[in-house]
Write a protein that binds this ligand. Sequence first.
Ligand SMILES: [Zn+2]
Length: 127
Amino acid sequence: MGTYLVSAEASFSAAHTLAGVDRCDRMHGHDWRIRLTVEVPEDKVGATGMAVDFRTVEALAAEAVADFDHRLLNELEAFKGVSPTAERVALEVSRRVRDRLEAALPEARLYEVEVWETPTYRVVYRP
Ligand SMILES: [Zn+2]
């Protein structure tokens, strides 16, 4: 049996500083983009013919990064004491989505979180 991977994206603008990393230790900003992908078994597709509604995945993605927008990520509780790298942003998004996924989409499981720090730099986290 196959599985469907269903994705939606969200974006935010935020600054960070990465201690001990050449040039990145200066405060700078990015227009970040994330893509949330959930996995749904083929046999869970219901009468609508959809694995999940894109809008639900999109809302989960948007909610997961809502408090990152127009912030210095280093100041957020989620990144207290650590550098808010793309890897840690992906992990935090993954935690937030997993907490909400079962209620929002019980038939789906979190497959991966992609985070673009620039249009050409991407991290993928698979829980
Ligand atoms: Zn950066």
